[in-house]
Write a new protein. Structure first.
Length: 160
């Protein structure tokens, strides 16, 4: 995993996983259930991931399993998809894992400002790929980091 996670809640029991799956109406991908052993509700170090050629985001917090069914209902209402939110992303968005179908296990970014399934952008083919390759630690002081690179390329100046 490229990023460190702190303040994770205890790993959910098998009964808690089964309860969440029952509420969601899907079987959670095994890779995600395994991740919950160390990342359940955890706070990652400052990070960044690419959403598209001109858009980046970051994970604020991984969603604790007991909150997942509630958050999933919000996404399903908008998209009708089997995307299960696993993390809160910047700007009120989510990082989700597909729980069923041919894309099961894939990771998507959910943009709450875009209607329907257009709100979903594929980030990785698996949770492992997402955590090991796509998400990277972010140091705003480091030259060439994320959004600061974009700003420098556009020669936009700002002051704090």
């Amino acid at each position: 995993m490229a990023i460190k996670i702190k303040q994770a809640k205890p790993a959910p029991s098998k009964d808690q996983v089964l309860g969440a799956e029952t509420e969601l109406g899907v079987t959670l991908p095994a890779e995600y259930v395994k991740f919950l052993n160390t990342g359940n509700g955890g706070i990652p170090e400052t990070n960044i991931f690419r959403i598209s050629a001109d858009n980046e985001g970051g994970i604020n917090e991984f969603i604790a399993l007991n909150r997942v069914p509630y958050e999933a209902a919000l996404i399903k209402e908008q998209t009708g998809s089997n995307c299960v939110p696993i993390a809160y992303a910047e700007g009120g968005n989510y990082v989700c894992i597909v729980a069923a179908g041919p894309e099961a296990g894939s990771i998507y970014f959910f943009d709450h400002e875009i209607p329907g399934t257009d709100a979903l952008t594929k980030l990785a083919g698996s949770l492992r790929e997402f955590l090991d390759v796509v998400v990277q630690p972010f140091d705003p002081k480091q030259k060439g980091s994320g959004y600061l690179t974009y700003i420098c390329q556009k020669r936009i100046r700002f002051s704090i």
